[in-house]
Design a protein around this ligand. Sequence first.
Ligand SMILES: NC(=O)c1ccc[n+]([C@@H]2O[C@H](COP(=O)([O-])OP(=O)(O)OC[C@H]3O[C@@H](n4cnc5c(N)ncnc54)[C@H](OP(=O)(O)O)[C@@H]3O)[C@@H](O)[C@H]2O)c1
Length: 252
Amino acid sequence: MAKTPLSILITGANRGIGLGLVKSLLASNPQPHHVIATSRNLGVDGSKELENLAAKEPRLSILQLNVANSATFSTVVKAVDELVKENGLNVLLNNAGITVKKRLEDLTADDMAQAFITNTIGPLMLTQSFLPLLKRAASHASDKPLGWQRAAVINMSTILASISSNNSGGLYPYRSSKTALNAITKSLSVDIVKDGIITCSVHPGWVQTDMGGPNAPVTIEDSVKGMLKLFAKLDYNSNGGFFQYDGSVMNW
Ligand SMILES: NC(=O)c1ccc[n+]([C@@H]2O[C@H](COP(=O)([O-])OP(=O)(O)OC[C@H]3O[C@@H](n4cnc5c(N)ncnc54)[C@H](OP(=O)(O)O)[C@@H]3O)[C@@H](O)[C@H]2O)c1
C-alpha cells in the first residue's frame, strides 16, 4: 500500500506539475484526507481545470494564494487550520515558480527581485507561516518515523540550481533564486528536524509544461509518478537532500 500523508498543500497547483501532483494524489490509494491546492487566481480560465476537479472531489480544497504576497499568508494558514484541525498539515510542497528569461545585457534589478520574491522568499515565508501546523502534524503523528507521512517541507528546485552542473551559464534570475532556495532547504533541514519535520529539494526533470516547453523529454505523468515514489521513501537520511524525480541524488 502506498504511503500517503493525511494532508498536503501544493502551491501553484492550477496547471503544470502542481496540477499533475494533485491529480495523482487524488488517484492514489489510500487518498490523503486533504489535498489543498492553491492558485494565485481563482475564477479565471487558468484555474478552470482545477476548479472542475474540486467540484467532484470532496477531498480536494482550493485556496487562493499568491506566493509573492506574504501579507496574505496568515489568512491562508487560518483556512488550512480549519480544514486539518488537530491533525495539522503533514506536507507543504512549495511548487509555484517562475522563470525570467533575459540575456545578461538586458537583465534588470527588477527581474532579479521578481524571481527571488516568487522562487525563494515566498517559499521561505510560507514555510515560516505554516510551521505551527507542520509541528502539530509532526507531533500528532509522532508514532510515525520521520518522513512525509509525518511532516515534510518539499521545495521544487531544478537542475539549473546546481552550481557544480552549470556549464552553460545564463538564466541569472532563475538559477540564482533556485540555488538560494536550495540553501533554504539545507538550513530548514537543520533547524526543524528536531520538531519532526524533514525538508528536501527536488528536481522534477525537464518536464512538458508551459515552463518546460513542448521539447521536454519527461511527461508530467512520469515526473509526478517518480516524485510520489521518492516522497514516500523520504526519511531521516534524506533530510536536507537534493533529489531528482527518479530518486537519484543531485549535485549541489
Ligand atoms: N517544467 C520543468 O521542466 C521544470 C524543471 C525544473 C523545475 N521546475 C519547477 O517546477 C515547478 C512547477 O513548474 P511547471 O513546469 O509546472 O511550471 P508552469 O507550468 O509554468 O506552472 C507554474 C505554476 O506556478 C504558479 N505561479 C507562478 N507564480 C506564482 C505566484 N506568485 N503565486 C502562486 N502561484 C504562482 C503558476 O500560476 P499561474 O497559472 O497563475 O501563472 C503555475 O500554477 C516550478 O517551481 C519550476 O521552477 C520545472
